[in-house]
Structures are given as structure tokens and as C-alpha cells.
Design a protein around this ligand. Structure first.
Ligand SMILES: Nc1ncnc2c1ncn2[C@@H]1O[C@H](COP(=O)(O)OP(=O)(O)O)[C@@H](O)[C@H]1O
Ligand SMILES: [Mg+2]
Length: 255
């Protein structure tokens, strides 16, 4: 499924006044494309993702999924939040199944398979309070994958995880993407992650959030983080990112 964002503006109105958060965002994501978004904290990445997810309908501009203007959340889209949002009163397996019946054999076997994939075997019957933050996030990831979404929106899904789990889950995500041709939009503040996964890296600048650059990643999969081509690419993205940060420092200094 394609995702198309055109001339998108978002302003939060509070008692203290208005905050312009997103300004003139244009982004076309092709079906089956993997796009990552990086940008400084507070630049509006989560806001943008929530708008695409249909979780907030107060904006100017157009957001289309498969050429259809969005009208609220859709089951065709999966969303993995920065915080995991588990049900504290449900076990791991029930959190993954959520509204789907675990008694259904097909769902049962898919849940078991996902529990292995996210490395939570042995914790099926555990409750969220017994899990670490990283484990909880893995439950949330399994829950989203179970639904086979055609568009998966991920908001810093691996930020709380240790490096080993993080790289493992990046590979899980890549495998899923290659198998299912899911359209992926992933927000991250990890430069390596953005390059490891993406067809294109979108760089955002802040106040108000704008797209400052979109860089295609023309490295074949599987990518090797330590390879020279990867490191050269990293330099390229980093220098673009630094330009954004310098710009902000100048703006922020009031000169
Ligand atoms: N519900 C909200 N009400 C008011 N302001 C908000 C709300 N959500 C986010 N903001 C503001 O919008 C800006 C962007 O936030 P966010 O999208 O979370 O940034 P990011 O994910 O890039 O760190 C921040 O200045 C934040 O304070
Ligand atoms: Mg955020």
C-alpha cells in the first residue's frame, strides 16, 4: 500500500498559545517501500506518524493510503509505539492475541511462532509487570506482526532494547518486509538503524518540523554495518544531519 502525505501542517493549540509542529510535509511512500525518519527530539516525528495512523484528525493537508484519504485508524495499518501500551491484566500471549481468539488453532500457532521470533519463549504466561521494558516492547512488536498489517508504522520501536536484541529485531523486521512486502515507516534516532533498514532516509529539522532532505540508500541487502560502503554512507547522512542541527543551533541562539 502506498502512503502519501501532501502539504501537511499541524499546530497544537493550548491555553498558553499555539505550537506549530509540522510545516509543509510532503512524503510519498511507494507500496512495499521501507522509509526511515530521523530528526532531532521534538521535531514532530511522533506527531507525523500518529497523523498517518489516523489517530489525530486535526491537521491541514492531505494524507492518503492507497490513494484514499484516511478517515481514522484502519486495521490495514499496524502501529508500534515508543512506549509499549500492554494490558497489565493480560499475560504475554493474551497481550499478543488481544482481540483475536487464542483458541483458534491458526492464531495459536502464529502466536507461538511470534513468541519464538521475538525471543520470549518461556514467558507466555508472564504478566507485563514481570517483564523488562525491552521484553514488553517485544510483546508489542509481536502483537503488531500478528495482524499482518499492509502498512507498519513504527515509532522508535527498538530504542529501549539492548544492542543484541535490537539488531536481532531489525533483522526480523527486514525478513518480514521482504516476505510480505509490507510498507514500512519507521522513526528512529539511531543513524545506523535508519541506514541499515531503509530504502530512503528522511531527515527532519525542528521548529516547526520540516523535511530537510530525503536520501536514497542504494546499498544491497544484507547490509554490513562495518563495511566501507556502509560507513561512507553513514558519513553522508551524518553530514546532512549535522547541517540540520547547526541550523537549529543558529536559530535557537537568537542571533
Ligand atoms: N498532544 C500534544 N499537545 C501539545 N503539544 C504536543 C502534543 N504532542 C506533541 N506536542 C509537541 O509537539 C512537538 C513535537 O512532538 P513529537 O512529535 O513528540 O516530537 P518527536 O517525536 O520528534 O520527538 C513537541 O514540541 C511537543 O511538545
Ligand atoms: Mg517521538
Amino acid at each position: 500500500m502506498s502512503v502519501s502525505v501532501a502539504s501537511l501542517y499541524k499546530t497544537f493549540v493550548k491555553l498558553q498559545g499555539k505550537t506549530k509542529v509540522l510545516q509543509d510535509i510532503d512524503l510519498q511512500v511507494k507500496p512495499g517501500e521501507f522509509v526511515t525518519i530521523i530528526g532531532p527530539s521534538g521535531c514532530g516525528k511522533s506527531t507525523l506518524l500518529k497523523l498517518i495512523a489516523g489517530l489525530d484528525n486535526e491537521y491541514e493537508g492531505t494524507i492518503k493510503i492507497n490513494n484514499q484519504e484516511i478517515a481514522g485508524p484502519s486495521i490495514k495499518q499496524g502501529f508500534i509505539f515508543q512506549e509499549h501500551h500492554l494490558f497489565p491484566w493480560l499475560t504475554v500471549e493474551k497481550n499478543i492475541a488481544a482481540d483475536l481468539p487464542l483458541k483458534d488453532l491458526k492464531i495459536r500457532s502464529r502466536v507461538d511462532e511470534l513468541i519464538e521470533i521475538v525471543r520470549l519463549k518461556g514467558f507466555e504466561k508472564a504478566y507485563p509487570k514481570e517483564l523488562s521494558g525491552g521484553m514488553s516492547q517485544r510483546v508489542a512488536i509481536a502483537r503488531a506482526l500478528l495482524r499482518d498489517p499492509e502498512v507498519l508504522l513504527l515509532d522508535e520501536p527498538f530504542a529501549a532494547l539492548d544492542a543484541f536484541t535490537r539488531t536481532h529485531l531489525q533483522d526480523v523486521l527486514l525478513e518480514l518486509w521482504q516476505q510480505k512486502k509490507t510498507t514500512m515507516i519507521l522513526v528512529t534516532h539511531d543513524l545506523d538503524e535508519s541506514i541499515y533498514l531503509a530504502d530512503r532516509v528522511v531527515i527532519m529539522s525542528a521548529r516547526p518540523g520540516q523535511i530537510s532532505n530525503i536520501i536514497p540508500v542504494d546499498l544491497p541487502h544484507p547490509r554490513k554495518r562495518a563495511s566501507r560502503s556502509f560507513q561512507e554512507f553513514r558519513q553522508k547522512v551524518l553530514s546532512e544531519f549535522e547541517k540540520v542541527e547547526e541550523l537549529q543551533l543558529v536559530e535557537g541562539s537568537g542571533i
